[in-house]
Design a protein around this ligand. Structure first.
Ligand code: AMP
Ligand code: MN
Ligand code: MN
Length: 328
């Protein structure tokens, strides 16, 4: 695979390595970051694992090992031998860490987004991979390193979350084979499911109820949407990082093809998550709105308020339908 040998060589040569994933980290971002950090630490490297600010470690991933390898962004030295960006389709996804990543002698980009900008000196990018964790497992195998149980648990987390528990279309026979391999390597598969999915806080469960209650379907557009505001967070006591999978509870409404969740951020902007439940591709929609993502899962940030963001998405989807329904 293109980039694999170069990636392994870069990781074997560098003594000091910075590693990060994208802003608003998800299970794949956190899992791949911790897995690679643990493996390299085990190989005797000085590892600086870091996440771009502002961030709060998503509580559902706090059970994962390797947190002790994290440093604060201001402790991340400039001019490292190597910086690894995980699960980031472009360097902007590194947020405020981008200048430090750029200041490293080498930037290694490991990712599976189809719109990856190939921004590294070395790019290990495969859009057919289910997850960045799958790519990290290939790197570890190619380097001949052992996947210890703790590392297997981190990798399994990314595999499970990015495939929606092996439900999404990015799940292949290879994904199941890798899951089996990670289980054999000692991944605590039961713990991953329990901590990530079966361990919701009461405030989050109540917030989920609000989001379900106010779901709307736009007829003729196949759009189901809902929203959560800062007021909802304040009143329920839920925090945004635990709402990452909330959208999955909205995407099973019959007759719809796109589901959108609008989340009001503390600064008044709105994070919009899109999921497809059909062949309809949401990646291009998100890119059209200044964001990005995969065919089935994508997102962007809107400068409008919640109401304005909803209207603007509806307009965009209508325009797109108008454009694709070309005269025959
Ligand atoms: P989310 O709905 O935030 O979970 O994001 C779904 C997918 O879209 C993920 O694969 C993200 O990497 C991608 N994505 C979300 N927001 C953005 C953005 N602003 N720019 C590029 N990709 C994004
Ligand atoms: Mn991700
Ligand atoms: Mn991913």
């Amino acid at each position: 695979m293109k980039g694999l040998q170069a990636a392994v060589a870069a990781l074997e040569e560098a003594g000091e390595i910075g590693i990060s994933s994208h802003v608003n980290p998800d299970g794949d971002g956190v899992g791949s970051l911790l897995a690679l950090a643990l493996v390299l630490h085990g190989q005797g490297r000085k590892v600086y694992a870091c996440m771009p600010e502002p961030w709060k470690f998503p509580p559902q991933y706090s059970f994962l090992p390797g947190r002790e390898l994290f440093v604060d962004p201001d402790e991340l030295p400039e001019g490292l031998e190597l910086f690894v960006a995980l699960d980031c389709s472009n360097a902007e996804r590194l947020g405020p860490l981008q200048p430090i990543a750029r200041s490293a002698s080498g930037l290694l980009n490991i990712d599976h987004h189809e719109d990856n900008q190939q921004y590294g000196e070395i790019n290990l990018v495969d859009e057919h991979a289910s997850s960045t964790c799958e790519l990290v497992s290939r790197v570890i195998r190619a380097a001949g390193w052992t996947i210890e149980p703790e590392v297997a648990t981190c990798l399994y987390t990314g595999l499970v979350t990015d495939t929606g528990r092996f439900e999404h279309r990015n799940t292949s026979s290879y994904t199941f084979a890798l899951a089996s391999e990670l289980a054999a390597a000692g991944a605590d598969t039961f713990q991953v499911i329990r901590e990530v999915y079966d361990n919701q806080s009461l405030p989050y469960t109540r917030l989920l109820g609000r989001a379900l209650q106010r779901i709307e379907v736009v007829d003729g557009l196949g759009l189901a949407y809902s929203y959560i505001t800062q007021k909802d967070l304040g009143e329920t006591g839920a925090v945004l990082p635990e709402t990452e999978d909330l959208i999955d509870h909205l995407r099973s409404v019959r007759g719809t093809r796109v589901v959108a969740l609008f989340k009001e951020l503390a600064d008044g902007k709105v994070r919009v998550s899109l999921r497809s439940r059909d062949a309809y591709e949401v990646g291009p929609v998100a890119r059209g709105m200044g964001g990005g993502g995969h065919a089935m899962a994508a997102g962007y940030t809107s400068e409008l308020d919640v109401e304005g963001s909803i209207s603007s998405l509806i307009r965009e989807l209508r325009d797109r339908d108008g454009r694709t329904a070309a005269p025959g």
